[in-house]
Design a protein around this ligand. Structure first.
Ligand code: ADP
Ligand code: TPW
Ligand code: MG
Length: 597
C-alpha cells in the first residue's frame, strides 16, 4: 500500500508501531482506520478546518483526535453558544460551520442553533454523538437515550444518520451539500457511539471518502425572468432596492454595488446587509425608511424576505390603508428559493437564482446607460434624510448623566468608523435597535445580530466565531439581559485570548430597569435585574480586562484601550434605566403594550 494514501490516518500509524520485530516472519500488517479517523478525514478533505463544540460521551476522543490532526477545536461552556458560533461561521465563510455535541441534552442544547441556522439561511452542520440504536428504538433506557434524528428533522433543512464506517464519506458529503446548496440551512448529522470505534481497511476507508465537487452550484436565472424584471423596473418612477442578509452572504459585493450605483436607485439595507455599501453612501435611504417604503412604486428585493422585519410587504408601513392592505408596490424579488415569491404579497417579477448570477445578469440586461431615477424622488428622499440626520446629530451630541443609549452609542459609532474592519455583534432590544440605527457600517458582513427570529443569546457565540474565522477585532454591543444568555462564554473568550470587546448597555433590566412589582411584595418585577450589577468582574475572573464606565469619555477610552491591546475586555456601561421602550422598536408586536396605547 502506498504510504501517501494513509498519511493522515493515526490508526494506521498506531498499527505500524505494533509491527513485528526483526527476525519474526514478515507478515504484512493490515493497515486499518476507524470511524473517528474517517469523520476527521472526511471533514478535512472538504476544507473544514474549525469545529465548535463541547466534549463528553461519546465524542471526547473525537475532539482530542481532531485537535491532534490539525483541526481547530473551539470548546465552549454550553452547546447553544457553540451552535450559534457554527451558524455564523457558515454565514461569514460560505463553508458549513460545524458544531459537535454529545447525545440527548447536549444535542438538544445545539438544536436551537440548528433551527436558528435553518431560519436564517446559514449553512451549518450539527454533528451529535448518539446512544445505542437498538436500545433507543426499543426505549430500553440507554445512557442519554433519545431519538435525535427524529427530533432534528423538522428543525433542519436535512438530517442524516451514519451507521457504518464505510458510509461516513457519503454522510459528510450529503450534509455539506444539503447545508450549502440552494437556500443554505442547518443540517443534522447523527453519529451513534458505536460508529466511532468501527475499524475498516484504511485504503478502502480512504476510497470511501468524497470531496464534494461544486457544493453550492451557480443557479443562473432564466433570461425571460431577468427581462421581466428589467421591463418592470423601466416603468418605475420611484424605485427602491432592499438588500437583505442573503445579499451579504452571497459575496457578490462588487456587482451589487455596481447595480446600485449604475441605476442610481436608492437602497435600504436590512440590518445584516449594512455595510454592503457604506452606510454613509449617498444612495442609502436608511434615514428616510418610513418615507421610502410607502412611497416606492417598484421595489427590488435582493436576498431579503418579506417577513415581519419588512411588515410582510403590506399594511401601514407600505402605505396600505389597513394593517393587512397592499400598499400598491410592485416587486422584483431576487432569491435562490423558487418558493419564496408570493409568500406575502404578489411578486410581479421573481428572479430565481444565486444572487451573484442574478445581479450580473441584471447588469448585462440594463446595459451601461440606464436612466437615473427622477430628480423629484431623489430630492424628496434627500430632504427627509437631511432632516432626520440633523435631528439625530442633535441627540447624539448630548452628554446626559447617566448616559443615554444614544450618548453611549455615539462613542461606539466613532470607534467603528475608526475601525471599519472590526466585526460588530449586536443583541438586545433597545441596545439592538439604537445600535442598528446609530452605528454606521462601512464594509460587507461586518454586522452580525439577532437575525430573523430576533433572539437573545447569540452574542458570545458570535463573538467567538467572528474572532476565530476573521481574525479581526470584535466589538459586541449587548443589552444586559441579552448578554446574560451566553455570558459564561467570557471564559471561552479569555481561554482562547480572543480580541473581543464587549460593551454592555446596562440599564438594569429587560427594556428598562425601573419597573416595580405592582403588589408591592418583596419579589422584583420580572423585567428587572440586580441593580448596578458589576458584569465587568466576570471578565476579570478569567483574566480579561473589566471596566465600569459611567460617562461617554470613559467609554471611549476603555474601547480604545481594548482595541489597542486586543485583550478580552468587558465594558459595563451604565445607562439610564428609564431610557428604553418596551420591546425597543417593535412595541407594536406586544399585545399588552398595544392595549395600553
Ligand atoms: P433579511 O433578514 O436580511 O431581510 P432574510 O433572511 O429574510 O434576509 O432573506 C435572505 C434571503 O436570501 C432568503 O430568502 C434566501 O433564500 C436568500 N439567499 C440566501 N443566499 C442566497 C444566494 N446565494 N443567492 C440568492 N438568494 C440567497
Ligand atoms: C431566546 C425576549 C426580547 S429582547 C429581550 C428579551 C428577553 C431582552 C431585552 O433586554 P436587554 O436590552 O437585552 O437588556 P435593552 O437594551 O432593551 O434593555 N428569549 C429569547 N429571545 C428573545 N427575543 C426573548 C427571550 C426578549
Ligand atoms: Mg437592558
Amino acid at each position: 500500500m502506498p504510504d501517501t494514501a494513509t498519511k493522515s490516518s493515526t490508526a494506521v500509524a498506531e498499527d505500524r508501531s505494533k509491527a513485528p520485530g526483526a527476525g519474526e516472519p514478515a507478515a504484512q500488517p493490515q493497515a486499518e482506520t476507524d470511524g473517528f479517523q474517517l469523520v476527521i478525514d472526511a471533514l478535512k478533505l472538504n476544507g473544514i478546518d474549525t469545529i465548535f463544540g463541547l466534549p463528553g460521551i461519546p465524542i471526547t476522543d473525537l475532539t482530542r483526535r481532531m485537535q491532534k490532526d490539525g483541526l481547530r477545536v473551539i470548546s465552549f461552556r454550553h452547546e447553544q453558544n457553540a451552535g450559534y458560533a457554527a451558524s455564523i461561521a457558515g454565514f461569514l465563510t460560505q463553508k458549513p460551520g460545524v458544531c459537535l455535541t454529545v447525545s440527548a441534552p447536549g444535542f438538544l442544547n445545539g438544536v436551537t442553533a440548528l433551527a436558528h441556522a435553518t431560519t436564517n439561511c446559514f449553512p451549518m452542520i450539527l454533528i451529535s454523538g448518539s446512544s445505542e440504536r437498538e436500545i433507543v428504538d426499543l426505549q430500553q433506557g440507554d445512557y442519554e437515550e433519545m431519538d435525535q434524528l427524529a427530533i432534528a428533522k423538522p428543525l433542519a433543512k436535512a438530517a442524516f444518520r451514519v451507521l457504518h464506517a464505510e458510509d461516513i464519506g457519503v454522510g459528510v458529503a450529503r450534509a455539506i451539500r444539503a447545508a450549502l446548496s440552494g437556500r443554505p440551512g442547518g443540517v443534522y448529522l447523527d453519529l451513534p457511539a458505536k460508529l466511532f470505534p468501527q475499524s475498516m481497511d484504511a485504503e478502502a476507508g480512504r476510497k470511501s471518502l468524497i470531496k464534494v465537487v461544486d457544493p453550492a452550484p451557480k443557479q443562473i436565472p432564466a433570461s425571460d425572468a431577468v427581462q421581466r424584471a428589467v421591463d418592470l423596473l423601466k416603468t418605475a418612477k420611484k424605485p427602491l432596492i432592499i438588500l437583505g442578509k442573503g445579499a451579504a452572504y452571497a459575496q457578490a459585493d462588487a456587482d451589487i454595488r455596481t447595480l446600485v450605483e449604475r441605476t442610481g436607485i436608492p437602497y435600504l439595507p436590512m440590518s445584516m446587509a449594512k455595510g454592503l455599501l457604506p452606510d454613509t453612501h449617498e444612495q442609502s435611504a436608511s434615514a428616510a425608511r418610513s418615507y421610502v417604503l410607502p412611497e416606492a412604486d417598484v421595489v427590488v428585493l435582493i436576498g431579503a424576505r418579506l417577513n415581519w422585519l419588512l411588515s410582510q410587504g403590506k399594511g401601514k408601513t407600505w402605505g396600505g390603508a389597513t394593517p393587512k392592505a397592499w400598499g400598491g408596490q410592485k416587486f422584483v424579488q431576487i432569491d435562490i428559493s423558487p418558493q419564496e415569491a408570493d409568500s406575502n404579497v404578489r411578486i410581479d417579477a421573481p428572479v430565481v437564482g444565486d444572487i451573484g448570477s442574478c445581479v450580473s445578469a441584471l447588469l448585462k440586461a440594463i446595459g451601461p446607460n440606464w436612466p437615473k431615477p427622477l430628480a423629484e424622488w431623489i430630492g424628496a428622499i434627500t430632504e427627509r434624510k437631511t432632516k432626520n440626520v440633523a435631528k439625530m446629530a442633535e441627540t447624539l451630541a448630548k452628554t446626559p448623566s447617566p448616559m443615554s443609549f444614544q450618548s453611549a452609542l455615539n462613542v461606539v459609532r466613532d470607534i467603528v468608523r475608526g475601525n471599519p474592519d472590526a466585526m460588530l455583534v449586536n443583541e438586545g432590544a433597545n441596545a439592538l435597535d439604537f445600535t442598528r440605527s446609530i452605528v454606521d457600517m462601512y464594509k460587507p458582513r461586518k454586522r452580525i445580530d439577532v437575525g430573523t427570529w430576533g433572539i437573545m443569546g447569540v452574542g458570545m457565540g458570535y463573538c467567538v466565531a467572528a474572532a476565530v474565522v476573521t481574525g479581526q477585532q470584535v466589538i459586541a454591543v449587548e443589552g444586559d439581559s441579552a448578554f446574560g444568555f451566553s455570558g459564561m462564554e467570557t471564559e471561552t473568550i479569555c481561554r482562547y485570548n480572543l480580541p473581543v470587546c464587549i460593551v454592555i448597555m446596562n440599564n438594569n433590566g429587560v427594556y428598562r430597569g425601573d419597573e416595580k412589582n405592582p403588589t408591592g411584595g418583596p419579589d422584583p418585577s420580572p423585567l428587572v435585574f440586580v441593580k448596578d450589577a458589576r458584569y465587568e468582574k466576570l471578565m476579570e475572573a478569567f483574566g480579561g480586562v473589566g471596566v465600569h464606565v459611567a460617562t461617554a469619555d470613559a467609554l471611549r477610552k476603555a474601547m480604545e484601550d481594548a482595541i489597542r491591546s486586543r485583550r478580552p475586555t468587558l465594558i459595563n456601561a451604565v445607562i439610564d434605566e428609564g431610557g428604553g421602550t418596551e420591546s425597543g422598536r417593535i412595541t407594536s408586536l406586544n399585545p399588552a403594550a398595544k392595549k395600553k396605547a
